[in-house]
Design a protein around this ligand. Structure first.
Ligand code: HEC
Length: 124
């Protein structure tokens, strides 16, 4: 990651939300959002409910929802499901989609995975 200059340190007042954490206090969900964009999840998944131009399902509202899998199975998307989707994507394959997601096992560390799970579970 080379975008060191585009961090919160550059926040100069413009567009700064009142509820945004102070510099140095990056919340896990905010870190998860950054990872989601930086490592390429966003190339295959939207977070707005659409699938146009994406090979994977939208992740909008995923947490707590029932996901249809290939083979007529359904699973409730809890934290474990999200974790396994990231580490062992072929263990459950969303119905109507190819098993085209790479595993991030060995690529993301435990903290990054936790941040992603927190981020994904807050997508509404
Ligand atoms: C090359 C494209 C690609 C990338 C990159 C990718 N995914 Fe996926 N993902 C898919 C596809 C295709 C599926 C559906 C098939 C399956 O369930 O394995 C999927 C499924 C999922 C699911 C389960 C969705 C459901 O409807 O139940 C989650 C959660 C998920 N991905 C999260 C992520 C996260 C987080 C990242 C980044 C760390 C990521 N994906 C990166 C293609 C991708």
């Amino acid at each position: 990651m080379t975008s060191g200059s585009a961090t919160l340190h550059d926040a100069c007042g413009a567009g700064r939300d009142a509820d945004r954490p102070d510099v140095g206090e990056v919340l896990p969900a905010a870190a998860g959002a950054k990872i989601f964009a930086a490592i390429g999840c966003a190339a295959c998944h939207s977070i707005d409910g659409t699938t146009t131009g994406k090979v994977g399902p939208s992740l909008k509202g995923i947490f707590g929802s029932d996901r249809a899998l290939t083979g007529d199975n359904t699973v409730r998307a809890d934290r474990e499901y999200l974790r396994s989707s990231i580490l062992k994507p072929t263990a459950h394959v969303a119905n109507g989609f190819q098993a085209a997601m790479p595993s991030y096992s060995g690529i993301l560390d435990a903290g990054q995975i936790e941040s992603l799970i927190v981020y994904l579970s807050q997508l509404r």
